[in-house]
Design a protein around this ligand. Structure first.
Ligand code: URA
Length: 216
């Protein structure tokens, strides 16, 4: 199952447009906040698919019955670009546990690269709802590595793979290399092209650099 939120008009389109816009994206505080706001909107959309139970709430005037979510959520993200996006999920899922995956691209002389996995910090994820977020789903290789690393901590009840901008190639790669049983992919928008260095076109550039500054 793939949900592309830009297919329906919403405020999220404006936030993605600002992330993409080269006149606006250099305001790194706004860039981070837009990623966070998009995380909040995804959290709200995903919340519609959680498990709920009826709870009786005592108000000053009586008792109200409300369906409230009861799912155990683990928010996972890939360092470092995922951090502001991750904060958006955490703003809404107050009691979620959190997981972080460190991985980086090691470039070879011919311009190709391999994703090197470095570190996983994660709770047990057995029977929980895993939300694995990465703002850019380019080649799909880091998402595969992150997901497979997390599976060493258990088998989630359901996994939501969430990205702000995906490439078609990245979506197809994930569908091919990840067992899609109990997995949903969510994208803000999907672009057609990838450069030879696996940057998404038109995309937005380097999300990590725009959020946190360039690195050596
Ligand atoms: N990561 C980014 O930050 N941008 C891309 O276009 C692809 C991967």
């Amino acid at each position: 199952m793939l949900h592309i939120l830009a297919q329906n008009n919403s405020l999220m389109n404006l936030f993605i447009a600002e992330l993409r816009d080269k006149e606006i994206q250099n305001d790194s505080m706004r860039f981070r906040r837009n990623m966070e706001r998009i995380g909040e909107i995804f959290a709200y959309e995903i919340s519609k698919q959680l498990d709920y139970t009826e709870k009786k709430i005592t108000t000053p005037l009586g008792v109200s019955k409300m369906n409230v979510p009861v799912s155990n959520i683990v928010n996972a993200t890939i360092l470092r670009a995922g951090l502001p996006f991750h904060s958006g999920f955490l703003n809404y899922f107050d009691n979620a546990e959190n997981a972080f995956i460190s991985a980086h691209r090691k470039y070879h002389k011919d311009g190709s690269f391999t994703i090197l996995f470095e570190h996983l910090s994660s709770p047990h994820i057995d029977d929980k709802i895993l939300i694995l977020s990465d703002p850019m789903l380019a080649s799909g290789a880091s998402m595969e590595i992150a997901y497979k690393a997390l599976l060493k901590r258990g088998t989630p009840k359901h996994t939501h793979i969430v990205t702000i901008i995906a490439s078609n190639q990245g979506v197809n790669y994930v569908k091919k290399h990840i067992n899609m049983k109990n997995v949903t992919i969510w994208a803000g928008d999907v672009d057609d092209e990838l450069t030879s260095k696996s940057y998404i076109v038109p995309g937005l550039g380097d999300a990590g650099d725009l959020a946190f500054g360039s690195k050596m």
